[in-house]
Ligand binder design. Structure first.
Ligand code: GTP
Ligand code: MG
Length: 368
């Protein structure tokens, strides 16, 4: 990892812990970590030359097969590092996509993952093809066909990506129609969002009586699930969505717009957070998700309710400490403490959701 801010000790520790957790979710066993503080990542190798050489000696002595960078790598950096280290090199973006792929079972998720993968690897693939072309040119008998093959392969990568994007546009169209159909029923949409593993699906299941897959692994849910839920006094559509991660890449957001649209189009958003997490981790996660919701997706803060889940795991003293500090950084969202798995306080949450829907009734799209 290249750390560009020498003062963010807590944050970089959290980022590395998270990277390790993601790697371990794919059964990588992590043998070491390397950090360099630089004003900005080096253009050719991310690390400065001395650090790359140090990395190579670690790679050789430990015999690792994959080097994972926290920083998003350009195609050129990935290519240079792979060539110099003689190992497979991936970044956090690609690692996340690997987890997505291992979890994906439906067509929409697979499509979004493929778009994200191809968009990310395009420059890298082009460098690899150019390299093959260069080697080909050094063999005179291959020269005439080399350039033709090179252009053809670049063209086919581009065509594949634009075909997948066309397919995605069709899904977006279908999604719009489904939304209009739901809107025509005059029922509001309430979505469940949050960092991965916060307990979103457990809450969705508890409120709907369904048994959608739940697990401690990251990104168990990839595509949104809709259900017509019966609250205390009214019905509404409840939507379970994909979990977020720290430092989400804009390219990833663009590739997953089908899923993220479900959040944008909702009338009310439940931001689920795990209150049993370490104080600083909880803060990073709540800040990350609220920034994505408000600053990236444009969700209005008056439409967000903070749901502090897993309260069964904290003692009353910790709970009151967490509640007083969370008020400082949670952008003044109203909050409700629950335990989705134990069913604690869910009735209160439902009442709160329904009264919030009532209070924004005049301003929301679905005039239920
Ligand atoms: N103790 C406790 N564990 C919970 C609670 N809610 C969820 N969990 C556990 O937390 C883990 C994650 O739960 P999920 O419901 O899959 O979380 P998620 O937010 O949907 O996760 P992703 O789909 O991966 O983003 C599971 O092991 C759940 O059993 C809770 O209220 N208390
Ligand atoms: Mg889930």
């Amino acid at each position: 990892m290249v750390k560009t801010n020498p003062h963010d000790h807590e944050l970089y520790r959290f980022k590395l812990e998270e990277l390790r957790r993601l790697a371990e979710a794919l059964n990588y066993s992590v043998v070491g970590e390397l950090i360099q503080v630089r004003v900005k990542p080096a253009v050719d190798y991310v690390f400065g030359w001395g650090k790359v050489v140090e990395l190579k000696s670690i790679v050789s002595s430990t015999g690792v097969d994959t080097v994972i960078f926290y920083n998003t790598l350009t195609g050129k950096q990935k290519f240079n590092l792979e060539r110099f280290l003689g190992r497979r090199v991936i970044d956090r973006y690609e690692l996340t996509l690997e987890i997505f792929s291992s979890m994906a079972s439906d067509e929409v998720s697979k499509l979004q993952i493929e778009v994200a993968r191809l968009s990310k690897s395009f420059t890298y693939d082009r460098i690899i093809l150019a390299e093959k072309y260069r080697i080909g040119r050094e063999h005179p008998n291959l020269r005439s066909r080399g350039e033709y093959i090179y252009r053809n392969q670049i063209g086919s990568l581009k065509r594949r990506l634009s075909k997948l994007k066309e397919k995605m546009d069709k899904y977006l169209e279908m999604q719009k129609m489904q939304l209009e159909k739901r809107r025509s029923l005059g029922l509001p949409l309430v979505c469940i969002t949050g960092y991965y593993n916060a307990g979103k699906t457990t809450l969705f299941n508890a409120l709907t009586g369904l048994r959608k897959p739940v697990s401690p692994l990251p990104f168990t849910t990839l595509s949104s699930k809709y259900y017509l839920a019966q609250g205390i006094a009214r019905r509404f559509f409840l939507v379970d969505t994909i979990g977020f991660v720290y430092d989400l890449d804009p390219m990833m957001i663009e590739s997953f717009k089908l899923t993220l649209n479900d959040i944008v189009q909702s009338d009310l958003t439940l931001l689920v957070a795990d209150i049993s997490e370490r104080e600083d981790v909880l803060r990073f996660k709540v800040e990350t998700v609220s920034s994505i919701l408000e600053d990236t997706l444009g969700v209005d803060e008056s439409r967000i309710i903070l749901v502090l889940n897993k309260v069964d795991l904290v003692d009353p003293v910790t709970l009151s400490k967490r509640l007083s500090s969370i008020a400082d950084y949670s952008r003044r969202y109203p909050s409700v403490v629950v335990s989705a798995s134990k069913g604690y306080n869910l009735e209160y949450l439902l009442r709160f959701v329904e009264s919030s829907l009532e209070s924004i009734r005049d301003t929301i799209y679905a005039k239920f």
